[in-house]
Ligand binder design. Structure first.
Ligand SMILES: Nc1ncnc2c1ncn2[C@@H]1O[C@H](COP(=O)(O)OP(=O)(O)OP(=O)(O)O)[C@@H](O)[C@H]1O
Ligand SMILES: [Mg+2]
Length: 489
């Protein structure tokens, strides 16, 4: 135990006198002695203590300040503490060391010495029935002449550095909203359940033409570094992306690649499991910064467009949600489900300003089905079309799946890709070897077969459509002829 902690807890004086007190003093007198020694020593004690307890006033939640201090000290403790705690780190192969109980570590800030001691005490909280019987805390001790420096600058430094280390060390997560039936009164706080996010997607591996890919990467990186810019222009630090295109063109894969590029968490929001607009807001408030909020297949999630259309009949300006007549808005709130206006407000209303650095991504197979208000700039700032596989994208797949940059069959594939449509998912499926005897030639041949088949299918479909059109035209002509004959009669 260091001198400041010894003095500040008045243990020093008690230790010296304890054998005598225990032998000759009754319990009441001992307690009295302890109480007054503490008061007297604290009067002369030049050191100040600040305690960071792990018990938060909010139920079932560990204090953020405690966790941040713990992370901050995890960098300092291994260098000077005598007893350390060991745990497995985020990739489960590296051991992370932290300060063990009743250990002290010395820190220095602008030439001033500061002592951190970890403590374990009996929990005296009102809610001790629900939480642990003991509480953990970190005690910060410093000389009173540095009070201003510690309170005004050092604490800020600890919180900032602790959070930065936390972001660097964290294992990213994929969250999904808990279905409404499963939440009970004591689980109210847990709106999201999570698993570790370990998707291997990356932009290098995405089959897309290089310019579009670079444009998206630049946009994302610029966004992630624009905190000051968003502050300057007075907008919440968020950006909306709309990914649209046929099934199997890589929309979900791109979201995973975005999360990996920016080191963000992913919140996969299942709108059909959200009870109403209030719950939607709560869910948004619970999300953390440096995250992507995803609503997949937005056109199928809810009957959002229908509700909007009903309203637009009465309102001339279909872009402004505030124009919705008051009665309708109230009816919507009462109807106990997520409404279009609820969603619009969450994305670009006051609620969207809760915390920063967030991407909101919608995906859809049918762009035309979406309400214009939902995808206008400010809500969905960047629209990205992911379409059928072109030759440039195929080259990425060939390199990725078969380690090929050139091959005599590439010319045929390029020609066929110019003549017919194939999804990147189908290209990926054909290029993947299915047995040990499947070499590059076999995989490319399979792809050529699939392309030729797709071309024939498209030609058949076109023939059928033309035939149908001709039949309809013939029927129409027949009808007109009959009508003319009748009229002449
Ligand atoms: N552009 C692409 N680059 C790399 N892989 C892709 C691409 N497009 C599709 N794939 C592969 O095809 C499969 C399906 O892709 P994904 O789920 O991302 O498509 P999607 O557009 O989200 O489809 P849906 O609209 O049906 O949800 C994945 O296994 C993925 O690896
Ligand atoms: Mg998808």
């Amino acid at each position: 135990m260091t001198l400041p902690t010894l003095v500040s807890t008045s243990v020093g004086s008690i230790l010296v006198l304890w054998p005598f007190l225990e032998r000759y003093c009754p319990v009441g007198l001992r307690q009295c002695f302890y109480k007054y020694t503490t008061i007297i020593t604290s009067y002369f004690n030049p050191y100040i203590d600040i305690s960071f307890s792990d018990v938060s006033e909010l139920w079932f939640k560990r204090s953020d300040a405690y966790l941040t201090v713990e992370t901050y000290l995890s960098n300092k403790a291994p260098k000077s503490a005598k007893r350390l705690k060991a745990e497995l780190g985020k990739d489960s192969s590296k051991v992370v060391l932290s300060l063990d109980v009743h250990q002290t570590v010395v820190d220095e800030f602008r030439g001033v010495k500061i002592w951190w001691t970890s403590k374990k005490e009996a929990n005296t909280s009102r809610f001790s029935y629900f939480i642990e019987e003991t509480t953990m805390s970190y005690m910060l001790t410093f000389h009173k002449r540095y009070r201003d420096l510690i309170i005004e600058s050092y604490l800020e430094h600890v919180m900032k550095e602790g959070k930065e280390i936390g972001v660097k060390n964290r294992q990213r997560k994929l969250y999904t909203n808990c279905p409404k039936e499963k939440s009970s009164w004591y689980m109210n706080r847990r709106m999201w359940s999570s698993i570790f996010f370990e998707h291997p997607a990356s932009f290098e591996r995405i089959g897309l033409d290089p310019e579009t890919k670079q444009d998206i990467v630049d946009d994302l990186l610029t966004f992630s570094k624009s905190k000051n810019y968003y502050e300057k222009i007075g907008k919440p630090w968020k950006r909306g992306y709309l990914l649209y295109g046929p099934p199997g063109t890589g929309k979900s894969t791109m979201i995973a690649a975005m999360a990996n590029l920016l080191d963000y968490d992913v919140y996969d929001l299942e709108l059909t499991a959200v009870k109403d607009n209030t719950e939607l807001r709560k869910l948004l408030i619970e999300t953390t910064a440096k995250s992507i909020i995803v609503i997949e297949d937005i056109d199928c999630s809810l009957d959002l467009t229908g509700q909007r259309k009903k309203k637009t009949k009465k309102s001339s300006d279909d872009d402004d949600v505030n124009e919705i007549p008051k009665k309708d808005a109230k009816e919507e709130e009462n109807s106990n489900k997520v409404t279009l206006s609820g969603l619009l407000n969450v994305i670009d209303g006051l609620w969207s300003g809760c915390g920063g650095e967030r991407l909101i991504i919608f995906t859809t197979n049918c762009l035309e089905k979406l309400d214009p208000a939902l995808i206008r700039s400010g809500r969905m700032d960047k629209h990205i079309e992911l379409s059928y596989c072109k030759f440039e994208a195929f080259k990425v797949f060939a390199k990725n799946y078969l380690d090929l940059e050139k091959h005599p069959m590439f010319d045929t594939i390029q020609r066929l890709m110019g003549e017919t449509n194939i999804t990147p998912a189908d290209v990926a499926e054909n290029l993947m070897p299915k047995s040990s005897s499947d070499d590059a030639d076999k995989c490319l041949s399979k792809l050529i077969e699939a392309l030729e088949e797709a071309k024939k299918k498209a030609a058949r479909k076109k023939d059928e459509e033309e035939k149908q059109k001709e039949e309809e035209a013939a029927k129409k002509k027949n009808g007109e002829l009959k009508r003319n004959v009748k009229e002449n009669d």
